[in-house]
Design a protein around this ligand. Structure first.
Ligand code: HEC
Length: 152
């Protein structure tokens, strides 16, 4: 056996084993996030003080300065802070500072509003739960307003 190739071969084997181990670690991590959510009951959000925005999803945050319900902006931040803490922080991080496993919601831009409401209503197959049954859009836009208030 050529002594110079032996270390290279076992290094490859080592790298491969490490890669498998970290893949396993990742999927276990994802599973515990999912299980964690299973244990967490979605928290109702008291939207008192905010207008009822109805069923048909708006495509823009109505509480953002300059928009239709801008005068309720500060109430929306307060309502959204509670809604975020009770429903989103477990996965997306305290004050929307992501730990890296989920998207950092502070990075969404104004023109992502439509994307935001669709994600929260419908969820995705990769770990984002649907909140259609538990949050109305008044609560969801309040949460968005809160996220904007803690975004750089
Ligand atoms: C069980 C964990 C979990 C909870 C709870 C959760 N999310 Fe998510 N969310 C995820 C994961 C995982 C993704 C990435 C999904 C994907 O890429 O398909 C995601 C993606 C998103 C996205 C898309 C972001 C992007 O940059 O693509 C938005 C918006 C979002 N979540 C908002 C929320 C809001 C608002 C709440 C609370 C009402 C919430 N999420 C609660 C796990 C969660």
């Amino acid at each position: 056996m050529n002594p110079t190739t032996t270390p290279a071969v076992s290094l490859t084997a080592f790298v491969r084993r490490t890669a498998v181990a970290s893949l396993l670690g990742l999927s276990l991590g994802a599973a515990s996030v999912a299980l964690g959510h299973g244990d967490v009951t979605p928290q109702e959000v008291d939207t008192q003080g905010l207008p009822d925005l109805g069923e048909a999803p708006l495509m823009e945050n109505p509480f953002r300065p300059g928009n239709q319900h801008a005068e309720e902006h500060d109430t929306a931040v307060a309502v959204g802070e509670r809604g975020y803490a009770g429903n989103c922080a477990v996965c997306h991080g305290i004050q929307a500072k992501s730990g890296g496993l989920t998207p950092d919601l502070r990075e969404l831009e104004e023109w992502d509003d439509e994307y935001f409401i669709q994600r929260v209503l419908n969820g995705t197959e990769r770990g984002m739960p649907s909140f259609k049954a538990n949050l109305d859009q008044t609560a969801i836009w309040a949460i968005k307003t809160y996220i904007e208030s803690v975004s750089p």
